[in-house]
Every structure is written in C-alpha cells, then in structure tokens.
Design a protein around this ligand. Structure first.
Ligand SMILES: Nc1nc2c(ncn2[C@@H]2O[C@H](COP(=O)(O)OP(=O)(O)O)[C@@H](O)[C@H]2O)c(=O)[nH]1
Ligand SMILES: [Mg+2]
Length: 307
C-alpha cells in the first residue's frame, strides 16, 4: 500500500468511517508490515477501552447473549463493538456466516460487529487481535466485546486480553463440574449459566455456585425467555466502572503478555528461517543417517540462532 493511501486510511479512521475500520482490520489480518505502519501512527491514542471477553463452549449461547447485552449497553450510553473469534472459520469467511446472521439485528444499531477467523498458525490471531483492538479503540468503541471459544481451543487465552472475563455454560453441552474444572473456573469475573429455560440448568447453576464460591458473580440467564439479562448487564456495568479505575494498574501485565507474544513470534520466524538454511538441512540429513543424534543437532542449530 502506497504511503498516501495510508494517510487517507488514517484520515478516514479518524472520522470513524466504517469502511476504513473494516479495511484496517483486513490489513492487520493479512499484511503485518503495513499493519505495523498503521498502528505506529495511532498507537498513542489506543489502550483506552475496556475489553470484555465472553468465553465458554460452542453452543452455550455466547453470541445470543452478546447480541442482547450489547444493545442494552448501548441504551445505557456505551458505544460497544463486537469481535467474534471463530476457530472453525477460514479466511474465505464462509463459516462465519452463522454468527453474522444471528447478530444481524445489531447492524442497524451502530454497533460494530466483526468476525475474525482464527487460523491454525500459532500466534496468528493473538498477534493481530491486539492491533484490531487498537483500531476499535482509536475509533472510540468502548467496551470492546470479544467472543471466543474457550479454553485451550483457540490459541489465545482471552483472559490475558480482557479486562473482564465472562464464562458461559449451558446444560446442553454436557458441562459438568469435571469440564468446568478444566481451566475455565479460574478466569471468570462473571459466570453465566445460560439456557435457564432448559432442564438441568438449575442443577448446573447450583454446582457451579458451590464450586466458585461467593467471591465471583454466578448468574442464570435465558436469551430465549429474556431472563436474568438485566442482572448480567448490571453486573457488567459495575465491573466496567471498577475496572476503569483499575485499568492503569493492570496494564503492565497485559503489556508484558503482548510483548512476550511479539518476541516469541519474532523468534519463531527466525527458527523457521534457520531450519530452511543449508546448515540445518545438512543436520537433518545427518540425523537421518544416524551420524548425529537429534538433541545434538538441535543444540547446534540453536547455537546458530543465538550467535
Ligand atoms: N433454549 C435456549 N436456547 C438458546 C438460548 N440461548 C441461545 N440458545 C440457542 O443455542 C444455540 C447456540 O447459540 P449461540 O448464541 O450461537 O452459542 P455460541 O456458540 O456460544 O455463540 C442457538 O441455536 C441459540 O438459538 C437460551 O437461553 N435458551
Ligand atoms: Mg457464537
């Protein structure tokens, strides 16, 4: 992209032009070099919004909840944007339509909605997500709501990015205390048992409440019957207010997380390059011929990197 086009893009972004937001996000997803140029220009006006992460198993009702919550937050004067990370979708975007359609009623509301494909490549999404957030911060969306399937199913750990993490369960997907123990119980600020209109939800609610204890909010909701939504919105508003004050305190650990991610990515690129070098290919042959063992070769290649 020519420099004058970046200038134009920046100007459009400054004017909160929708197309320029979409274009910037696509750039971030597809062209790291230009993305970096763009982010450099806006960097000083970012880190300004609160991030709400909504995670939980597929089918729990995350998208349905976000649909309602974001409209409620808007009624209360907030200016939310939504990012849906879909681990099943590919760059072509076919598979993200499900979320698009369900979130359709949002399109006339002014709420910005975008699905991002989580690609297989390690770090790809976590690498771009911070910069996508920056674009939305620059265009003054706040809060930014991120939907992701958790935990461990996408390579990003949403709680490392979000200021507020909401974990959604439902009685349908066979969630029980066992699956719940597997990682999700540590990260939530709010726990939601959705589909309270279905059998088994109350039991699940009680066992999660027992397990989590009094320190965190546990709520029963139904997007179908519009039950429990008000309580959820209220809990979010309270957290948004408190986190706003705490945000400065938290930012160091978040910066460290992203910094580590960028450094790891840089190193990974170097490793991939080195493994393609003639020296490395030579070691590969020697390993195959059992002339050298794999650990010895790995040490030698590592030393090539460090020098
Ligand atoms: N019975 C019932 N179904 C719901 C409720 N909330 C969502 N669903 C349905 O559950 C399915 C998955 O919802 P979705 O929001 O896409 O879940 P996600 O995968 O977590 O984003 C959809 O068919 C929804 O219509 C609810 O409160 N009650
Ligand atoms: Mg969804």
């Amino acid at each position: 992209m020519a420099p004058h086009n970046i200038t134009k893009l920046l100007l459009d972004l400054h004017n909160k032009n929708r197309k320029s937001i979409a274009k910037s996000i696509s750039l971030i997803e597809n062209d790291q070099k230009i993305a970096r140029k763009l982010i450099n220009k806006i960097y000083k006006n970012t880190s300004t919004s609160l991030i709400i992460g909504i995670t939980g198993p597929a089918g729990a009702g995350k998208s349905s909840l976000i649909n309602i919550i974001s409209l409620e937050l808007q009624k209360l004067g907030k200016n939310p944007a939504i990012l849906a990370i879909d681990p099943t979708s590919h760059i072509s975007g076919g598979a993200i339509l499900g979320d698009r359609i369900r979130m359709n009623e949002l399109t006339n509301s002014g709420i910005y909605v975008r699905s991002i494909a989580s690609r297989g490549a390690t770090g790809a999404i976590s690498h771009s997500i911070h910069n996508i957030i920056r674009i939305l911060e620059y265009t003054e969306f706040d809060p930014i709501i991120i939907e992701s399937v958790g935990a461990g199913q996408t390579e990003i750990e949403i709680s490392n990015i979000a200021d507020i993490t909401v974990v959604v369960f439902n009685p349908n997907t066979g969630d029980n205390i066992q699956t719940i123990k597997a990682g999700l119980t540590e990260i939530g600020d709010i726990y939601v048992i959705n589909k309270s209109d279905l059998n088994g939800s109350l039991q699940l609610y009680k066992s999660i409440q027992d397990y989590i204890g009094e320190s965190k909010t546990v709520l029963l909701t139904s997007t179908k019957n519009k039950k429990g939504i008000n309580k959820l919105v209220k809990a979010l508003i309270v957290l948004l207010d408190t986190k706003n004050k705490l945000k400065k305190l938290n930012s160091k650990s978040k910066i460290k997380y992203e910094l580590r991610d960028i450094v790891l990515n840089n190193i990974k690129e170097k490793v991939d390059m080195e493994l393609k070098s003639s020296k490395s290919l030579n070691y590969l042959e020697q390993i195959e011929l059992k002339k050298i063992n794999i650990f010895e070769a790995a040490d030698k290649i590592s030393n090539l990197l460090i020098k």
